[in-house]
Design a protein around this ligand. Structure first.
Ligand code: SAH
Length: 259
């Protein structure tokens, strides 16, 4: 299969052989081949600027988050995963802005700083089994797949899920399993999880997710009323089974729907 990685390798080789260099600012360098967009040098530059902006925002919010410097592994994964691959083609030029963007169906792709912070708060070392609630475009899922051993992700909207499935296959995210369903219930078949991340906001912490969190596990979830600021929480299940919770940062997410 002609995956994204192979296409990117072929295009990089092509540049080197032809001695082509794209330095122009604001130039549109998108390309579409076999349903996969290639990361042009101009976009690499934008991606590096996005990482710089994330580092800066992490420093500015450190008073709340307690994390002035985010993990190098997390930032490297964010530099590797092409965000423009996950946004509508009309938003390519904004794909590396440090901002949330609309992706259709009334949903958004989260702001890169928030993606980096939430991932950082999971403290992944590469051995974990992770549950994600709210696959959306699959961008956060792709980042998790580079940082954990296994990723299970649940999405409510079937249309978004199928698009995410195609994108994740194109990026060789072979350690990801997706399912359509209501994330309030988690994915009990693969519990317990070492880490759980929720990328839509419930009004209270879903009890099933707490139940599926293993000992020593971390749950990162924005909790609060729809249409208002929510509080990003980091919850840890201690070795003795008790729960420790702390507020991290005020945030705004789309609601975690229930049926
Ligand atoms: N992490 C995503 C952004 C998620 S936006 C990304 O990187 O693109 C929030 C997502 O949560 C939306 O796709 C929405 O459909 C989904 N969602 C909302 N309620 C849900 C629920 N109860 N179960 C599963 N997914 C849900």
């Amino acid at each position: 299969m002609l995956t994204y990685r192979r296409m990117a390798a072929i295009s990089a080789l092509f540049y080197r052989v032809c001695g082509i260099s794209f330095q122009g600012r604001g130039r549109y360098c998108g390309c579409y081949a076999h349903g996969m967009e290639i990361l042009w040098p101009d976009q690499r530059q934008r991606c590096r600027q996005m990482i710089a902006s994330i580092r800066n925002e992490a420093r500015l919010c450190a008073r709340y988050t307690g994390r002035p410097v985010l993990s190098g592994r997390v930032l490297a994964a964010m530099e590797e995963i092409p965000r423009h691959y996950f946004v509508p083609r009309s938003l390519y030029m904004s794909a590396y802005d440090n901002a949330a963007l609309p992706v259709g169906c009334g949903q958004t792709i989260s702001q890169p700083f928030i993606v980096a912070l939430m991932t950082d708060l999971l403290d992944l070392d590469g051995t974990e089994r992770v549950l994600e609630i709210g696959t959306g475009t699959g961008y956060q899922t792709a980042i998790l797949s580079r940082l954990a051993a296994e990723v299970y992700s649940v999405e409510y909207l079937p249309g978004l899920l199928e698009q995410a499935r195609r994108r994740l296959a194109g990026l060789d995210c072979d350690n990801v399993r997706l399912k359509q369903g209501n994330g309030w219930r988690g994915w009990p078949a693969h519990a317990p999880y070492d880490a759980i991340i929720v990328t839509a906001a419930p009004e209270r912490v879903p009890p099933d997710l707490l139940e599926q969190l293993g000992r020593g596990g971390r749950l990162v979830v924005p909790v609060g009323p729809t249409g208002h600021t929510q509080q990003l929480l980091r919850i840890e299940r201690q070795a003795d089974g008790s729960i420790r919770q702390r507020d991290v940062l005020p945030v705004v997410f789309v609601p975690l729907v229930d049926d």
